[in-house]
Design a protein around this ligand. Structure first.
Ligand SMILES: [Fe+2]
Length: 475
């Protein structure tokens, strides 16, 4: 897992080379002179400061940075080449401690879209040199308006370059990503443009000079504080998930690492299925917590080596419903409840707890069923080595239609073309302890459970296993 594919490496190198080419063009269009050194230095320092306080955890996939404001100000004050330099420097210096390949990509991307914004600004008549004598109308028409158009170019080129890497690593369609980013960040870019324009006016016509950096950054740091509060909420969610997963992993040794891997596979398939960010998060949460109900299953049953009695299997079959009972009141997990409850349903209706068929099974539950089985097959057991990815996919195909949704199996296959997946070999100590326990995620175990369910008297216990229904009918 986590190995960069050739396509991603080629894309990162292409972005970097493109940025270098744009910088050379920028130099030809507007070479720097001695007078540009002070603003260039100040802007680089601002860029470094912005990146060093970038809030990566505002949201799981959201970062907060003032870099766009710095880039737009650079476009006017030091031209396309200077803007390209300002865009690259903070990442090349590694101020935010990203991994090397992320730093290289971000350097190229920020440098490229800053240079592109610089070209657009100059091509539509933006003033190359803003002087202290520039009047309000000239500032508005020759700086403000071109800068807003350059702002649009910056936003679009940023979204497009970023969409390529997200497409390659997560499978999100380019159009969907770009539209999503414009929807969530478009308004923010208007703000970036206005603040960049104010910065330029403060610097030259207002005569504030380099001190304008302080006047601009100070209120932005206050705004950042507000965003960090939102990030704290997101982190609290992650901590809740981790605590719940840790609890079930100490009880059921087979689950160790399994929840995390199922969540990763769910995320991979979410990309293939073009789910929104919100849907992907709900699916990921469900993937993490799908087996949380095992906390309510006696440990002696979960760890028993050898054959389980029908009563033991019936106890294990209660875990989806028990899981829902545990997390149903956690507000941010609302979108994950159905998937937790139905992750052992089968397309032929022989699954549990409700015996749903086909597309009556919630989509997220069908996704978890495939992820669950795939991880079980590609993880070693005491009686067999881990299956290869190809063997596991073949087994899922063999069971597609009766057990798994064929379209979800296909989504997994598409995901596996974008992400290298290595089979998991349990450490010897864990294998010795857990290796002979019943693995309810093994697809073969599903047949056993299905046979058990079909031999139960209809409408007895299973009617009580649906806590969603219980919730709906509760007074
Ligand atoms: Fe399960």
């Amino acid at each position: 897992m986590g190995v960069l594919s050739h396509a991603v490496t080629i894309y990162i190198v292409s972005v970097l080379l493109g940025a270098v080419g744009l910088a050379v063009l920028g130099w030809r269009m507007h070479p720097l002179n001695r007078g540009d050194m002070v603003p260039l230095t100040v802007l680089c320092v601002m860029g470094i400061l912005s990146e060093s306080v970038r809030e990566n955890d505002v949201g799981r996939k959201t970062t907060l940075s003032f870099t766009s404001i710095v880039s737009l100000s650079s476009v006017v004050l030091v031209g396309p080449f200077g803007a390209a330099v300002v865009g690259a420097v903070p990442h090349l210096m590694g101020v935010n401690k990203d991994r090397a390949q992320v730093r290289v990509f971000n350097s190229g991307m920020n440098s490229a879209h800053s240079a592109i914004a610089g070209f657009v600004y100059l091509r539509i008549g933006g003033l190359q040199v803003v002087g202290p004598d520039s009047g309000p109308l000239e500032l508005l028409l020759r700086v403000g308006l071109p800068l807003m158009v350059a702002d649009v170019a910056l936003c679009l080129s940023n979204a497009l370059i970023l969409s390529g890497i997200v497409r390659l690593t997560q499978g999100v369609p380019i159009r969907r990503f770009v539209l999503g980013m414009l929807g969530t960040s478009g308004l923010a870019y208007i703000g970036y443009g206005v603040i960049g324009f104010l910065f330029v006016i403060l610097w030259v016509p207002a005569g504030v000079g380099p001190f304008s950096a302080v006047l601009i950054l100070a209120p932005l740091f206050v705004a950042r504080w507000a965003f960090v509060q939102y990030g704290d909420e997101q982190r609290a969610h992650e901590r809740t998930l981790s605590a719940l997963v840790a609890a079930v992993e100490t009880k059921d040794l087979y689950t160790r690492g399994h929840s995390e891997r199922v969540a990763l596979l769910c995320e991979l398939m979410a990309g293939s299925l073009a789910l929104s960010h919100q849907e992907t998060e709900a699916l990921r949460f469900a993937g993490m917590l799908h087996d949380i109900g095992k906390l309510a299953v006696p440990t002696r049953v979960l760890r028993r080596a050898g054959g389980l009695s029908d009563a033991d299997l019936a106890l294990i079959a209660t875990h989806p419903a028990r899981g829902v009972e545990m997390v149903r009141d956690i507000e941010f997990l609302e979108g994950s409840i159905e998937a937790i409850l139905h992750h052992h349903e089968r397309m032929d209706g022989r699954g549990y707890p409700a015996g749903l068929r086909g597309e009556d099974i919630p989509l997220f539950a069908r996704v978890i069923a495939v992820a669950d089985a795939f991880d079980s097959l590609t993880t070693s057991r005491s009686h067999r080595d881990a299956h290869t990815v190809e063997e596991a996919v073949a087994e899922l195909h063999r069971r597609a239609g009766a057990h798994f949704d064929p379209s979800i199996v296909a989504a997994l296959e598409r995901g596996l073309t974008r992400q290298v997946w290595e089979p998991t070999r349990l450490e010897p100590g864990l294998m010795a302890t857990a290796g002979r326990a019943f693995d309810h995620d093994d697809p073969a175990a599903s047949d056993l459970m299905a046979d058990l369910a079909s031999s139960e008297p209809a409408g007895s216990e299973s009617d009580d296993l649906d806590p969603l229904r219980a919730k709906e009918t509760a007074p």
